[in-house]
Design a protein around this ligand. Structure first.
Ligand code: GLU
Length: 501
C-alpha cells in the first residue's frame, strides 16, 4: 500500500446538514483545521447532503455561520455532495467495469432473509453475495450496486490515535454503493470525494471506525494511496454517555448565544482528550504550536461545563475591549435601546467594557452590565436588596452622606475651569467626567471614606446604593472606576436618584 504522508497535507471536514453544527463536529473541524494550518496544508469543507430528505438548507447555513464564527476558515471551493450525484453513479459504474463492483437485484426482503439465515448459522448478518459473479445487466429489474470485497485476507491501518487496527475481509459485507433509487451511500460518496480532493489524512469521530475498512477497500479499487486515519474519541456527558441534546446545549450556535467566545470553545474542545503538559489555557496560536495527535487520548472525554465557563472567563479577560465591544454590538444589540446603542459604540463604550471584562464569565453578562451603563440618564433599579432596608437610621445617614459627596464632587468638576456648563452639555463620550477633572479611583475612595466618616456610614454601606444607581446592579464592575469614566451629568443624575429610593 503506498503511503500518503509524503504528499502535501490535505484534510477536510465533512458535516451532514441534518442538524445544527454540534460541538463533536466542531472538534473534528478544529483538529483538521489545526493539522492543515500546522503543515501548510489545505483544509476543505464539504457538505454531505446526499440524504435529500434529512438535509436542510437552514442546517447548511448554520454550519457555515458557525465555522465563520469559530474562525475555522476553509480553503478552495465549498463542496456540496448533492451537486455531484452523477459523479458517484459514474464512479460506481467504473468500478463495475473494472471488476470491483457488481449489480444486485435481490429485493430487500430477500436480503433480510439472508441476514436472518446467516444469524441462525451463527454467522455475521450479511448479504450472501449471490449476485457477485452473475454480471447482471442494468436492464430490467431494479438493482443496487455492491462493492466486491475480497473474500480472504485482511485490511489494516495504523490509526494516529489508536495505533494498529485490523479487520478480516470476510467480516466485511459486499456493501451497497448505489441504492436502487440511484442515490450513493455515504461510504461511496465519501471516498469518491476524498480521492477527488486528494485527501491525505482523514480525521473524524470514532463512530466511523467501522466504515474505515470499507472505505480503504474503495481507495484501493480507485488506485488511490490510502490516507492516514485518526479517529477522535467521543465526547461524553457527565453521566459518561455520548453527549447529546439531553445534556443541554450542544450546538455551536447555542454556545454563541449563551455568551461563549469562539476561542474559549475551541480551547475547551482542543483540551477534551488532548493535553500539552498541564497547560489549560491556550490561545489559537498556542494550539497551532502545540497540538499533536500523539497526545490525544483514546478513551471518551467528559464534557465539563464548569471548566468551559472558567475558560471563557479567562479568554474574555485576555481579549481586547474593542473586540469584545464589537461582539456585544453584533450579538446583543437587541438588549440596548437606540440611544444606549449609540453610546456603547463610542470609545467610552470600549473603556467601560474594559472595566467589566475582568468580572464576567459570559459575553451575555458583559452585555447585561454594559446596557445600564450606556443608558441615558438614570436607570431603573431594584432596591429590595439594599442593606438599609433593615435599618432606617442607616438609610437616612447614607442619603445625607451621598448628598455631601455629590456637593464635593460637583465642586471638583467646577474647579476645573474649562469644564463650563457648556462643556457639560456636550454629548456622551466628549462630556467631562470626574476622571477628566483629575480624580482617580483612589481619590474617589478617599473622598467617600471621609464623607462616610462624617455621617457615621461605612464605605461599604455608602457604596452599595451608589453602585446600584450608577451601574443599575448590585454586582458590577468597580464602582469607583466607573465613576471616573461616566460623564458627570449622567453620574450626577444617577446619584441624585438615591434621594428617592
Ligand atoms: N458526513 C459524515 C459525518 O457527518 C462525515 C464523516 C467523515 O468525516 O468521513 O459524520
Amino acid at each position: 500500500m503506498s503511503k500518503s504522508s509524503q504528499r502535501p497535507v490535505r484534510v477536510r471536514f465533512a458535516p451532514s446538514p441534518t442538524g445544527f453544527l454540534h460541538i463533536g463536529g466542531v472538534r473534528a473541524a478544529l483538529f483538521n483545521w489545526l493539522y492543515a494550518r500546522q503543515n501548510q496544508g489545505k483544509f476543505l469543507l464539504r457538505i454531505e447532503d446526499t440524504d435529500l430528505e434529512r438535509s436542510e438548507d437552514r442546517f447548511t447555513q448554520d454550519i457555515l455561520r458557525s465555522m465563520q464564527w469559530l474562525g475555522l476558515s476553509w480553503d478552495e471551493d465549498l463542496i456540496f455532495q448533492s451537486k455531484r450525484l452523477d459523479v458517484y453513479r459514474e464512479q460506481a459504474e467504473e468500478l463495475i467495469r473494472r471488476g470491483f463492483a457488481y449489480r444486485c437485484d435481490c429485493t430487500e426482503a430477500e436480503v433480510e432473509a439472508m441476514r436472518e439465515t446467516a444469524m441462525k448459522e451463527g454467522k455475521k448478518p450479511q448479504y450472501d453475495r449471490r449476485c457477485r459473479e452473475l454480471n447482471k445487466s442494468a436492464e430490467g429489474k431494479k438493482y443496487v450496486i455492491r462493492a466486491k470485497i475480497p473474500l480472504e485476507g485482511h485490511i489494516e491501518f495504523n490509526d494516529l490515535i489508536r495505533g494498529a487496527i485490523r479487520f478480516e475481509n470476510q467480516d466485511i459485507d459486499d456493501f451497497v454503493l448505489i441504492r436502487s433509487n440511484g442515490a450513493p451511500t455515504y461510504n461511496l460518496s465519501v471516498v469518491v470525494d476524498d480521492v477527488h480532493g486528494q485527501m491525505t489524512h482523514i480525521l473524524r469521530g470514532d463512530d466511523h471506525i467501522n466504515n474505515t475498512p470499507k472505505q480503504m477497500h474503495l481507495y484501493q479499487f480507485f488506485d488511490y494511496a490510502v490516507p492516514e486515519f485518526a479517529h477522535l474519541p467521543m465526547i461524553l456527558g457527565s453521566d459518561k454517555k455520548k453527549l447529546s441534546k439531553r445534556h443541554g446545549a450542544v450546538s455551536a450556535n447555542a454556545y454563541r448565544a449563551e455568551g461563549y467566545l469562539p476561542e474559549a470553545l475551541l480551547n475547551f474542545l482542543a483540551r477534551l482528550g488532548w493535553s500539552h503538559g498541564d497547560q489549560e489555557i491556550f490561545s489559537i496560536q498556542e494550539m497551532l504550536q502545540y497540538f499533536s495527535f500523539d497526545h490525544v487520548q483514546k478513551s471518551g472525554a467528559v464534557f465539563n461545563t464548569e471548566k468551559l465557563l472558567w475558560l471563557n472567563g479567562a479568554h474574555i479577560r485576555a481579549a481586547s475591549p474593542e473586540r469584545l465591544l464589537g461582539i456585544v454590538l453584533e450579538d446583543y444589540s437587541n438588549h440596548f435601546s437606540g440611544e444606549a446603542l449609540l453610546r456603547a459604540k463610542t470609545a467610552l463604550g470600549a473603556r467601560l467594557v474594559q472595566l467589566i471584562q475582568p468580572k464576567v464569565k459570559l459575553m451575555k453578562e458583559l452585555a447585561e452590565q454594559l446596557v445600564p451603563l450606556c443608558s441615558p440618564g438614570a436607570v431603573e433599579v431594584d432596591a429590595s436588596e439594599l442593606k438599609w432596608n433593615k435599618n432606617e437610621g442607616l438609610k437616612v445617614a447614607t442619603k445625607a452622606a451621598v448628598k455631601t459627596a455629590l456637593g464635593l464632587l460637583g465642586k471638583k468638576m467646577e474647579e476645573v475651569s474649562h469644564f463650563t456648563r457648556q462643556g457639560l452639555e456636550k454629548s456622551w463620550g466628549d462630556a467631562p467626567s470626574l476622571g477628566d477633572a483629575g480624580l482617580n479611583t483612589t481619590e474617589i475612595d478617599t473622598l467617600l471614606r471621609q464623607v462616610g466618616e462624617q455621617h457615621g456610614v461605612k464605605l461599604g454601606d455608602l457604596a452599595q446604593p451608589m453602585r446600584l444607581t450608577v451601574t443599575g446592579r448590585m454586582v458590577s464592575a468597580g464602582l469607583f472606576d466607573v465613576m471616573t469614566l461616566l460623564p458627570w451629568d449622567v453620574l450626577e443624575a444617577r446619584l441624585q436618584k438615591i434621594e428617592q429610593l
